[in-house]
Write a protein that binds this ligand. Structure first.
Ligand SMILES: *Cc1c(COP(=O)(O)O)cnc(C)c1O
Length: 351
């Protein structure tokens, strides 16, 4: 049963929607205990069977690692799919709005526009890229956005937001609050998954694309109260995550030592790179980072971007983003890659 509180947020046409049910929803294929003549699959071959539509094994492992229940987990084909499905299930086009805080991940705004959902944009504060809570609370009071998207640590700025500010928004909002924790592995800030029991309208979105190193497998994770997960299951494409991607994720997540080693190295490299970058005359500012990238402000970002390209190095020119004039976003690479970057910058400086 869906509570009145959540039901009042769901798009009305979704409430009565009967989700697509494959026979495989009832009988997940386990070894050869059953004869499967239900899904028009080819009986030959290795890749002939449809995947588990609800990703049961993967959810069980994530539940164990993250100390949540499998019923609180949704798996998407990348976290972008989860964000899209949240909008599909909860927002009424041309009526509802979402609230975003630029400069941030541009996908929120793109998905809102695709769905004909108004995007209320409340810029981060100019100097420290923090949440402008006064304006956000005013907009909530004024427009009651259906979804508020918060990315912490934020992309492209790299910083985490003040927890007190996020909590204030959670307490004040009457709609859903989505906290995108794509970079949570690189920060000491606590995850908001610990507040799932306190806030029934909270959705924490994660990805295996960054700290877990599986960008190619396209696995996004949503943590929320089981009622929200039930709603998302209604609108999801039935077989949204392939069997091989589910298996890749399972074996990677079991390898915690390897993941921890890599993340520790990346954080060490971030510290080194931050120090090195701040020594260049053309670097006006390095922004503190809780993520696996560093945002820098330079004298002329277009010129430096082109020079790096001619040295065979691709970084991201962020200058088009609000409050980000003349900035570049640099992803932390392997030690030797970061060293090559610094050598190239020295050569550029001496030109
Ligand atoms: C990289 C990133 C993601 C990851 O998206 P996937 O579709 O899971 O690869 C999500 N949110 C933010 C803010 C990101 O920077």
């Amino acid at each position: 049963m869906i509570s009145k509180e959540i039901q009042s947020l769901v798009r009305p046409n979704i409430i009565d929607l009967k989700p697509y049910k494959s026979a495989r929803h009832e009988f997940v294929r386990t070894k050869n205990s059953m004869l499967f003549l239900d899904a028009n699959e080819n009986p030959y071959g290795k890749f002939n069977r449809y995947p588990d539509p609800l990703q049961t094994r993967l959810k069980n492992i994530i539940a164990h690692i993250e100390n949540v229940s499998p019923e609180q987990i949704f798996i998407g084909n990348g976290s972008g799919e989860i964000i899209q499905l949240i909008c599909t299930a909860f927002c009424i086009p041309r009526q509802d709005s979402v609230l975003t805080m630029p400069p941030t991940f541009s996908l929120f705004q793109i998905i809102a526009q695709t769905h004909e959902i108004q995007n209320i944009s409340v810029p981060l504060t100019k100097e420290f890229f923090q949440l402008d809570t006064t304006s956000i609370l005013n907009q909530i009071a004024d427009k009651n956005p259906k979804i508020i998207f918060i990315t912490s640590p934020n992309n492209p700025t790299g910083n985490s937001f003040n927890i007190v500010d996020i909590k204030q928004i959670l307490n004040y909002s009457k709609g859903l609050v989505v906290i995108d924790e794509a970079y949570i592995d690189f920060t000491e800030q606590p995850s908001f998954k610990h507040f799932l029991e306190d806030f029934s309208r909270l959705i924490v979105v994660r990805t295996l694309s960054k700290g877990k190193g599986l960008a190619s497998a396209r696995i996004g994770i949503g943590f929320a109260n089981p009622e929200i997960i039930t709603i998302l299951n209604k609108v999801k494409p039935p077989f949204n995550v392939s069997t091989s991607n589910q298996e890749t994720a399972i074996s990677r997540l079991k390898n915690t030592d390897e993941i921890n080693y890599e993340v520790t190295e990346i954080i060490k490299q971030r510290q080194w790179l931050m120090q090195e970058l701040s020594n260049f005359d053309f670097v006006v500012k390095t922004y503190p980072s809780d993520a696996n990238f560093i945002l820098i402000k330079v004298i002329d970002s277009n010129k430096l971007y082109r020079k790096l390209i001619s040295n065979g190095i691709v970084v991201r020119n962020i200058s088009g983003y609000l409050h980000c004039e003349n900035t570049l976003r640099i992803t932390i690479g392997l030690k030797k890659e970061n060293e090559f970057l610094i050598e190239s910058l020295k050569a550029i400086e001496n030109q």
